[in-house]
Design a protein around this ligand. Structure first.
Ligand code: NI
Length: 170
Protein backbone atom coordinates (compact mmCIF):
# COMPACT_ATOMS: atom_id res chain seq x y z
CA UNK A 1 0.00 0.00 0.00
CA UNK A 2 1.31 3.43 -0.91
CA UNK A 3 0.16 6.97 -0.46
CA UNK A 4 0.66 8.54 -3.86
CA UNK A 5 1.14 12.13 -4.92
CA UNK A 6 -2.12 13.72 -6.07
CA UNK A 7 -1.93 15.46 -9.45
CA UNK A 8 -2.87 19.14 -9.44
CA UNK A 9 -4.79 21.53 -11.65
CA UNK A 10 -2.73 22.34 -14.73
CA UNK A 11 -1.34 18.83 -15.21
CA UNK A 12 -2.39 17.35 -18.58
CA UNK A 13 -3.52 14.01 -17.11
CA UNK A 14 -6.47 15.81 -15.43
CA UNK A 15 -7.66 17.30 -18.73
CA UNK A 16 -7.62 14.07 -20.71
CA UNK A 17 -10.79 11.93 -20.83
CA UNK A 18 -10.07 8.50 -19.38
CA UNK A 19 -11.10 5.60 -21.62
CA UNK A 20 -13.09 2.68 -20.23
CA UNK A 21 -10.97 -0.17 -18.97
CA UNK A 22 -11.12 -3.83 -19.96
CA UNK A 23 -11.85 -5.42 -16.58
CA UNK A 24 -10.17 -8.75 -17.39
CA UNK A 25 -7.04 -6.96 -18.54
CA UNK A 26 -6.65 -4.96 -15.31
CA UNK A 27 -8.06 -7.52 -12.83
CA UNK A 28 -4.62 -8.70 -11.74
CA UNK A 29 -3.37 -5.16 -10.95
CA UNK A 30 -6.68 -3.88 -9.57
CA UNK A 31 -6.37 -4.87 -5.87
CA UNK A 32 -3.04 -3.05 -5.56
CA UNK A 33 -4.32 -0.04 -7.50
CA UNK A 34 -7.46 0.25 -5.37
CA UNK A 35 -5.49 -0.11 -2.12
CA UNK A 36 -3.26 2.76 -3.20
CA UNK A 37 -6.26 4.87 -4.23
CA UNK A 38 -7.99 4.31 -0.87
CA UNK A 39 -4.80 5.05 1.07
CA UNK A 40 -4.19 8.22 -0.94
CA UNK A 41 -7.80 9.40 -0.57
CA UNK A 42 -7.87 8.76 3.18
CA UNK A 43 -4.50 10.43 3.76
CA UNK A 44 -5.82 13.54 1.98
CA UNK A 45 -9.13 13.34 3.89
CA UNK A 46 -11.12 13.26 0.68
CA UNK A 47 -14.51 11.66 -0.03
CA UNK A 48 -13.56 10.57 -3.54
CA UNK A 49 -10.59 10.04 -5.82
CA UNK A 50 -10.37 9.35 -9.55
CA UNK A 51 -7.48 7.54 -11.26
CA UNK A 52 -6.28 10.67 -13.14
CA UNK A 53 -5.61 12.17 -9.71
CA UNK A 54 -2.86 9.60 -9.23
CA UNK A 55 -1.65 10.15 -12.78
CA UNK A 56 -3.50 7.33 -14.58
CA UNK A 57 -6.01 7.87 -17.38
CA UNK A 58 -8.15 4.88 -16.42
CA UNK A 59 -11.93 5.06 -16.00
CA UNK A 60 -11.82 4.15 -12.29
CA UNK A 61 -12.81 6.09 -9.17
CA UNK A 62 -13.39 5.42 -5.48
CA UNK A 63 -15.93 7.19 -3.27
CA UNK A 64 -16.69 7.10 0.43
CA UNK A 65 -18.94 9.91 1.68
CA UNK A 66 -19.37 8.14 5.06
CA UNK A 67 -23.11 8.59 5.55
CA UNK A 68 -23.80 9.08 9.26
CA UNK A 69 -20.10 8.69 9.97
CA UNK A 70 -20.04 5.05 8.84
CA UNK A 71 -17.73 3.93 6.04
CA UNK A 72 -19.49 3.09 2.76
CA UNK A 73 -16.69 2.47 0.27
CA UNK A 74 -17.74 2.34 -3.38
CA UNK A 75 -15.57 1.34 -6.33
CA UNK A 76 -16.65 2.74 -9.70
CA UNK A 77 -15.13 1.08 -12.74
CA UNK A 78 -16.34 2.45 -16.10
CA UNK A 79 -19.10 4.49 -14.41
CA UNK A 80 -21.91 5.97 -16.49
CA UNK A 81 -24.50 8.45 -15.23
CA UNK A 82 -27.93 7.04 -16.09
CA UNK A 83 -30.10 9.90 -14.85
CA UNK A 84 -30.00 13.19 -12.98
CA UNK A 85 -32.82 14.97 -11.15
CA UNK A 86 -33.32 18.16 -9.20
CA UNK A 87 -30.83 20.84 -8.23
CA UNK A 88 -28.54 21.37 -5.25
CA UNK A 89 -26.08 24.17 -4.69
CA UNK A 90 -23.26 23.56 -2.22
CA UNK A 91 -19.65 24.46 -1.68
CA UNK A 92 -17.37 22.14 -3.62
CA UNK A 93 -13.65 21.43 -3.48
CA UNK A 94 -11.20 19.00 -5.04
CA UNK A 95 -7.99 17.32 -3.88
CA UNK A 96 -6.42 18.41 -7.18
CA UNK A 97 -7.17 22.10 -6.44
CA UNK A 98 -6.28 22.25 -2.74
CA UNK A 99 -7.39 25.40 -0.98
CA UNK A 100 -10.07 26.40 -3.49
CA UNK A 101 -13.78 26.06 -2.74
CA UNK A 102 -16.69 27.39 -4.69
CA UNK A 103 -20.47 27.13 -4.64
CA UNK A 104 -21.62 24.97 -7.49
CA UNK A 105 -24.97 23.83 -8.85
CA UNK A 106 -25.28 20.10 -9.34
CA UNK A 107 -28.09 17.64 -9.80
CA UNK A 108 -29.62 16.61 -6.46
CA UNK A 109 -30.22 12.93 -7.29
CA UNK A 110 -28.07 10.86 -9.59
CA UNK A 111 -28.27 7.27 -10.74
CA UNK A 112 -25.14 5.54 -12.02
CA UNK A 113 -24.08 2.18 -13.29
CA UNK A 114 -20.57 0.82 -12.94
CA UNK A 115 -18.57 -2.30 -12.28
CA UNK A 116 -17.44 -3.05 -8.74
CA UNK A 117 -13.98 -4.33 -7.78
CA UNK A 118 -15.01 -7.89 -8.66
CA UNK A 119 -16.18 -6.86 -12.12
CA UNK A 120 -19.89 -7.15 -11.30
CA UNK A 121 -22.17 -4.56 -12.85
CA UNK A 122 -24.31 -2.59 -10.37
CA UNK A 123 -26.58 0.43 -10.29
CA UNK A 124 -26.62 2.92 -7.44
CA UNK A 125 -28.57 6.05 -6.62
CA UNK A 126 -27.21 8.94 -4.61
CA UNK A 127 -28.64 12.11 -3.11
CA UNK A 128 -26.91 15.13 -1.60
CA UNK A 129 -23.18 14.59 -1.06
CA UNK A 130 -23.17 11.17 -2.75
CA UNK A 131 -24.90 12.63 -5.83
CA UNK A 132 -22.24 15.36 -5.91
CA UNK A 133 -19.47 12.79 -5.60
CA UNK A 134 -20.90 10.73 -8.50
CA UNK A 135 -20.90 13.86 -10.67
CA UNK A 136 -17.53 15.17 -9.46
CA UNK A 137 -15.71 11.86 -9.99
CA UNK A 138 -17.26 11.05 -13.38
CA UNK A 139 -16.27 14.59 -14.39
CA UNK A 140 -12.67 13.74 -13.50
CA UNK A 141 -12.93 10.70 -15.76
CA UNK A 142 -14.20 12.95 -18.55
CA UNK A 143 -11.23 15.31 -18.08
CA UNK A 144 -13.20 17.97 -16.21
CA UNK A 145 -12.66 19.74 -12.88
CA UNK A 146 -15.40 21.42 -10.85
CA UNK A 147 -14.13 24.88 -11.75
CA UNK A 148 -14.87 24.12 -15.43
CA UNK A 149 -18.57 24.47 -14.48
CA UNK A 150 -18.22 28.01 -13.16
CA UNK A 151 -19.49 31.01 -15.08
CA UNK A 152 -17.06 33.39 -16.78
CA UNK A 153 -17.04 36.02 -14.01
CA UNK A 154 -16.37 33.39 -11.34
CA UNK A 155 -13.68 31.74 -13.44
CA UNK A 156 -11.81 35.02 -13.80
CA UNK A 157 -11.94 35.46 -10.04
CA UNK A 158 -10.75 31.90 -9.52
CA UNK A 159 -7.86 32.36 -12.00
CA UNK A 160 -6.28 34.98 -9.73
CA UNK A 161 -6.68 32.84 -6.63
CA UNK A 162 -5.27 29.79 -8.45
CA UNK A 163 -2.11 31.65 -9.37
CA UNK A 164 -1.33 32.25 -5.70
CA UNK A 165 -2.48 28.81 -4.58
CA UNK A 166 -0.22 27.05 -7.09
CA UNK A 167 2.87 28.41 -5.35
CA UNK A 168 1.86 26.41 -2.26
CA UNK A 169 1.29 23.05 -4.04
CA UNK A 170 3.79 20.21 -4.33
NI1 NI B 1 -11.81 16.22 -7.48
Amino acid sequence: MAILRITKHGEPVLKKPSPSVDYEAIAKDLPRLLKDMWATMHAARGVGLAAPQIGLNLRIAVIDVKPEGQPQPMVLINPVILSKEGVQEEEEGCLSIPGLYSKLRRAARVRIEALDEKGNRYEAEGEGLLARAFQHETDHLDGKLFIDHLGLAQRLKVAGILKDLKKTWD
